[in-house]
Design a protein around this ligand. Structure first.
Ligand code: A2P
Length: 350
């Protein structure tokens, strides 16, 4: 029997990711009966673009989810923590882009190219992984299947759009101020981001890693479903508007040559290999911006160990790293007929 089209909410619809979610739902022709944008009381009544029309933003409240089948959240961790349980209690399935639910055992953490089967056991809230983790696992899963990855050493070069609209505004304003001979105003990041690199994303934890770095460590193991993969990360904010780049070094049980890795990645879902050093072909953030794929290049054998590879992995952090992955999860839920909440009160219980 054909399913009825779902009513879809986008929570955080006025933000950088929320706007991209609306654009992605529209461009992928997501079969929604209605799309309803929500944000804070500050934005209630304002308009957001949806294809060639505009939608009126509504204020998010606990009781708005009645009659909504699916809500895609990108409004920060505290908003998700507070409102997602109420959505699930109203029978609305949540795909959440914040870090609030990612490591909760009740919530699958899903990248559709890697572990779509994890959706089968969802309880009403599904977590969208961290942007840097998503693009890395899209590239690593096919290599793991072929040669069993035992260790990953990753350094990231992350765009300011990962901080939302305020990050984009901060970089633009500081560049303008510096070119006008003024002191750059520092509002969002701990130091000047224009013409600088900050080895500090999210807060520092007791082990002196940042929360962003530990997200990459823990989320990778959960998504790849293999505690045998050891990950260490250094996450760096760079003055790029869109597109995260990553230097990824992997160690595998079985030897993979660079040629084999290139051939495996060329067949991998969601991946495009751009790797021809002689022609100066490799992935660049400015080319990945606005694209859906994860780009992999600079594939080299690590000559310092027996079974190692180096990769350069680039993707649009707002698209594959956030909005697109969330919409792909929603598509997969529809395809698998999983738009229902089995135990509506589960997330309201302490
Ligand atoms: P608003 O524009 O009303 O503040 P970004 O990540 O680009 O900063 O966007 C954050 C998004 O989350 C915005 O749409 C913002 O809405 C929304 N948001 C922030 N706090 C809340 C809240 N308490 N309730 C609903 N939406 C929120």
């Amino acid at each position: 029997m054909p399913q009825k089209k779902p009513v879809v909410a986008v929570v955080g619809a006025t933000g950088a990711v929320g706007r991209e979610m609306l654009a992605t739902l529209y461009s992928r022709k997501f079969p929604a009966a209605q799309v309803i944008p929500f944000a804070s009381s500050r934005s209630a009544g304002s308009k957001v673009p949806f294809g060639d029309t505009e939608l009126t933003v509504r204020e998010l409240k606990e009781d708005v989810f009645e009659g909504i089948d699916l809500a895609i959240f990108s409004a920060g961790g505290s908003t998700s923590e507070k409102f997602a349980p109420h959505a699930a209690a109203a029978g609305c399935v949540v795909v959440d882009n914040s870090s609030a639910w990612r490591m909760d055992d009740r919530c699958p953490l899903v990248v559709p190219e890697v572990n779509p089967h994890a959706l089968e056991k969802h309880n009403g809230i599904i977590a969208n992984p961290n942007c840097s983790t998503i693009q890395m696992v899209v590239a690593l899963k096919p290599l793991h299947d072929a040669a069993a990855i035992t260790r990953v050493v990753v350094s990231t070069y992350q765009a300011v759009s990962g901080t939302g609209k305020k990050g984009l505004d901060e970089l633009e304003r500081q560049v303008r101020q510096l070119f006008n001979g003024q002191d750059p105003e520092i509002k969002v990041y701990p130091y000047q981001i224009a013409f600088n690199c900050l080895p500090h994303i999210d807060v520092f934890l007791d082990n002196d890693y940042t929360k962003e770095e530990m997200k990459m460590v823990n989320e990778t193991v959960k998504i790849m479903e293999d505690p045998g993969i050891k990950v260490t990360a250094t996450c760096v904010r760079v003055p790029v508007f869109y597109g995260h780049s990553e230097s990824v070094n992997i160690e595998t049980k079985r030897k993979l040559t660079a040629k084999e890795a290139r051939a495996i990645l060329a067949q991998a879902p969601g991946v495009q290999v751009l790797d021809n050093p002689k022609e100066k072909i490799y992935p660049l953030a400015i080319d990945a911006a606005g694209e859906d794929l994860t780009f992999v290049g600079r594939i080299r054998e690590d000559e310092s160990i027996a079974n190692g590879l180096n990769l350069w992995v680039v993707a649009d952090n707002i698209r594959k790293g956030a909005a697109l992955n969330a919409v792909q999860i929603a598509e997969e839920l529809l395809k698998r007929d999983l738009l229902r909440v089995p135990d509506k009160g589960l997330f309201l219980k302490k």
